[in-house]
Design a protein around this ligand. Structure first.
Ligand code: NAP
Length: 263
């Protein structure tokens, strides 16, 4: 599966003969399901997990096409170590799925209603907003920057940022949008910022080999919403996997399970 990379200066690097995908936060939830499905297609999947043991358990259950990589998206040393490991052990990166995120930074076990209440603009804790943005926004910039050199070397490469319709300014500006009462300054605004970052990378990279997307899974039952979502992780992963596998989708697009979403 791995070949010696004759172009590496130390003769130490290796190159996977399969395209390599890295999914952040892939030890559970939608990330785990996306990793499972990518491994069942043509990818060698790197299962990002801030707790290595959890990542190893997830990779083992996915099978031989999966390998765990420790990554905390808020920890620059962890990001650099992951980037070095991918270069040294796999020699290539064709797909980055920025999936890791948190919905809040409060005590574990908050109900969905409590999460939404904690994000309200008038009362939200600034420390909590910062913590959510640290993971969902700054983490994505930092991980993407660290992995861009490898993505630039791939024949064609993709970045898929896992976003949400709850971050759409256009939808939330419409009084008929059913979820607009949940448009708070924490999680929802972090997904708006993620959309901006997606477009920013897409514009900068549009003349290169790298296409950049924002993709929403829809409202899925995971730990993120205390399992209040209405879709299964198989259903929620469908749009992310579709975008990841699609051959010629337009760079800089935002989609959900029912098609294009407005920014
Ligand atoms: P989840 O089950 O809670 O999974 C989140 C993953 O992110 C976990 O693996 C978690 O790791 C990881 N993570 C959190 N902070 C991290 C950090 N600092 N470094 C590395 N990994 C970190 O939630 P999910 O619903 O599958 O969420 C996946 C993506 O879908 C997120 O981007 C979310 O915003 C998006 N999304 C979800 C829904 C939904 O309804 N569920 C809707 C729209 C968008 P631990 O296991 O260590 O906590």
């Amino acid at each position: 599966m791995i070949q010696q990379n004759e172009t590496s200066n130390a003769g130490y690097n290796t190159i996977s003969d399969k395209p390599v995908a890295f999914v952040t936060g892939a030890n559970q939830g939608i990330g785990f399901q996306v990793a499972t499905e990518l491994a069942a297609h043509r990818f060698l999947v790197l299962v990002g997990s801030r707790n290595l043991e959890n990542g190893e358990t997830a990779a083992k259950s996915i099978g031989t096409n999966a390998c765990a990589i420790q990554l905390d998206v808020t920890d620059q040393a962890s990001i650099h170590a992951a980037a070095d490991r991918i270069r040294n052990e796999f020699g290539r990166l064709d797909l980055l799925v920025n999936n890791a995120a948190i919905s809040n930074a409060g005590a574990p076990g908050r109900s969905l209603e409590e999460m939404i209440a904690s994000g309200r603009a008038s009362v939200s804790s600034i420390d909590e907003v910062r913590a959510v943005f640290e993971t969902n926004v700054f983490g994505v910039i930092a991980v993407t920057q660290a992995l861009l050199p490898l993505l630039r070397e791939a024949p064609t490469a993709k970045i898929v940022n896992v976003s949400s319709g709850v971050g759409s300014l256009t939808l939330n500006a419409d009084p008929a949008f059913p979820y607009r009462s949940g448009f708070g300054v924490g999680y929802a605004a972090s997904k708006t910022a993620l959309n901006a970052i997606t477009l920013s990378f897409a514009i900068e990279l549009e003349s290169t080999n790298i296409r950049v997307y924002a993709a929403s899974p829809g409202f899925t039952a995971t730990a993120l919403n205390n399992f209040a979502g209405t879709e299964t992780i198989e259903e929620g992963s469908r749009n992310i996997v579709r975008v990841a596998l699609e051959e010629n989708g337009p760079t800089g697009s935002f989609s959900g399970p029912d098609g294009a979403l407005p920014w």
